[in-house]
Design a protein around this ligand. Sequence first.
Ligand SMILES: [Zn+2]
Length: 322
Amino acid sequence: MTNLSRRTVAFGLAAFAPTLSSFPTSNAAPAFGQSSTAMSAPPLARLRLGRFTVTALTDGFTDMPFGYFPGRTAHETEAAAKAEFAARPSGIRFMFNQYLIEDGEHRILIDAGPGGSLGKSGLLPQGLAALGLTCDQIDAIIITHMHQDHIGGLVAGAKANFPRAEVYIDRRDVSFWTDPAKRASAPDYLQNGFRLSADVIRLYPKLQAIDGEREIVRGVSIVDLTGHTPGHIGVRIADAGQSLLMVSDMLFPVVHPAMADVNFLFEQDRAAARAMRARFFPRAAEEGALIAATHMPFPGLGRIVSDNGRLRWLAAAWAFQD
Ligand SMILES: [Zn+2]
């Protein structure tokens, strides 16, 4: 349910006080595996950008506990979520959005989702099928960083699920996530990332470790957004005076962009992640940049805007924009 439709429900109930007791039920998230309808029809959102078609897909979602946001207490984060009608019994809902870029010659996917390894996920192949595509029709995949929720779909079922794809990953992330010493000293919740990274390296011999900002094809460029992980990158898609910047885990629902000092539990270098956001948020607001973000409510398209100095996320219209 979107924030908008949930707000409509709340307003409706305010006018009919006796039915208020039904509100918690309608607001409750179904437990994973209970709702078959959500699994059968993953959403798609498509926009044109010059000669590019960009399609947002989603591999699924999970709910992150309120205690996963260092910099605020669980209680504070829950209060912030409630203020946005985004508090669920098990936390804050994180989408796992992917973006398919097509220019008539190339099909480039940004990230692969958890591929069923986390929460309610594994929908990406269905989303591609709804577009008439199979995984072996993807020419290239840009992986924004090697966390489980971005690479799991590459190797789900212990095989290369995108056998024809060139895979691009920043060299700093490849180095970090294949370093045995880093793996040995990492907390439990990061071990899946190390394990899956080893699978990615083994199953994708054509993997290209990339250095710095570069163009992958004309109009599709890597942007250095180091912080969330050492080699965390974004992707800029630009043509005919229009652009879209896919920023991956630059921002998380509820806490960002208002609270640039809030981290996510999986960030090992918290100072670097905070510095990344402190640099990026005001600049994006000033530029009015159209942004795509992995974990924001589907399709994850929006802008950072300033309301008297307080930054907030403004979802962007995407349908019928031609
Ligand atoms: Zn993520």
